[in-house]
Write a protein that binds this ligand. Structure first.
Ligand SMILES: N[C@@H](CCC(=O)N[C@@H](CS)C(=O)NCC(=O)O)C(=O)O
Length: 226
């Protein structure tokens, strides 16, 4: 049954779901959270979105948003206290292109580095090298303040950090040994933030037909700069 809060179908470790939760949390938009198991998706998720990937957000009016970036934009358009959305059209296009490149080029190599057995003929180390080259280029883009587009965090940082985190965790010792101080600092700053920690809370798997727990971000004292 649909209540007054949006329903978020989520999977804690999914980088797409992570970024959706980041935007929902910073916007202050509370949701009913339904933690799913990807191998046993609940009927409610399948009927909301035939595509059945997570995250999926079902609004109280029945509208379904089933792309993580669209969920981010929806939440930030309601409330964007840290000004993650680019203010200018030209920058918006650059941010869009950057996120797209991360999801295609970087993620292609990340998946084959992390799960070589799922891809016939994939050489994990070759893909690690290719992903690392992408990251080196990304690091060159970091501003003196340590963010991808300008002096503060933006949609680009938040939409891509969950994928870089996944890359770092694949072999954390190797990642820490690389000479990428600015990139490592960028990732650490994001994943150790109160916001990120809050969206990684462990919720029990949702039982079909029940009401899930309320998900909402931490309350930050103004001014909010992250
Ligand atoms: N383009 C989608 C991709 C979401 C996606 O691929 N999520 C993965 C989990 S990380 C998923 O649900 N895969 C479907 C499955 O494993 O059955 C988005 O941005 O929301």
């Amino acid at each position: 049954m649909q209540g007054t809060l949006p329903i978020l179908y989520s999977f804690r470790r999914c980088p797409y779901a992570m970024r959706a939760r980041l935007a929902l949390a910073i916007s202050g938009q509370a949701c009913e959270l339904r933690e799913v198991v990807l191998k046993a998706k609940p009927a409610e998720l399948l009927s909301a979105s035939a595509k059945a990937s997570v995250p999926v957000l079902v609004l109280p009016n029945g509208k379904v948003i089933d792309q993580s970036l669209d969920i981010m934009r929806w939440a930030l358009q309601l409330n964007d206290p840290a000004q993650w959305l680019p203010a200018e059209l030209e920058q918006a296009a650059q941010v869009e292109a950057f996120i797209d490149d991360c999801e295609t080029t970087f993620k292609h190599h990340l998946d084959r580095y992390k799960y070589p057995n799922r891809y016939a003929g994939a050489d994990a180390l070759q893909h690690r090298t290719a992903a690392a080259a992408w990251l080196k280029q990304m690091a060159q883009q970091l501003s003196p303040e340590g963010w991808l587009f300008g002096p503060a965090a933006s949609l680009a940082d938040m939409a891509t950090a969950p994928f870089v985190r996944q890359f770092a965790q694949t072999d954390s010792l190797w990642f820490e040994q690389q000479d990428w101080p600015a990139l490592q600092a960028w990732l650490n700053r994001i994943v150790s933030s109160a916001l990120f920690v809050s969206v990684m809370h462990n919720y029990p798997v949702w039982d079909s037909g029940t009401i899930g727990p309320i998900f909402s971000g931490p309350v930050f004292p103004p001014p909010l700069t992250f």
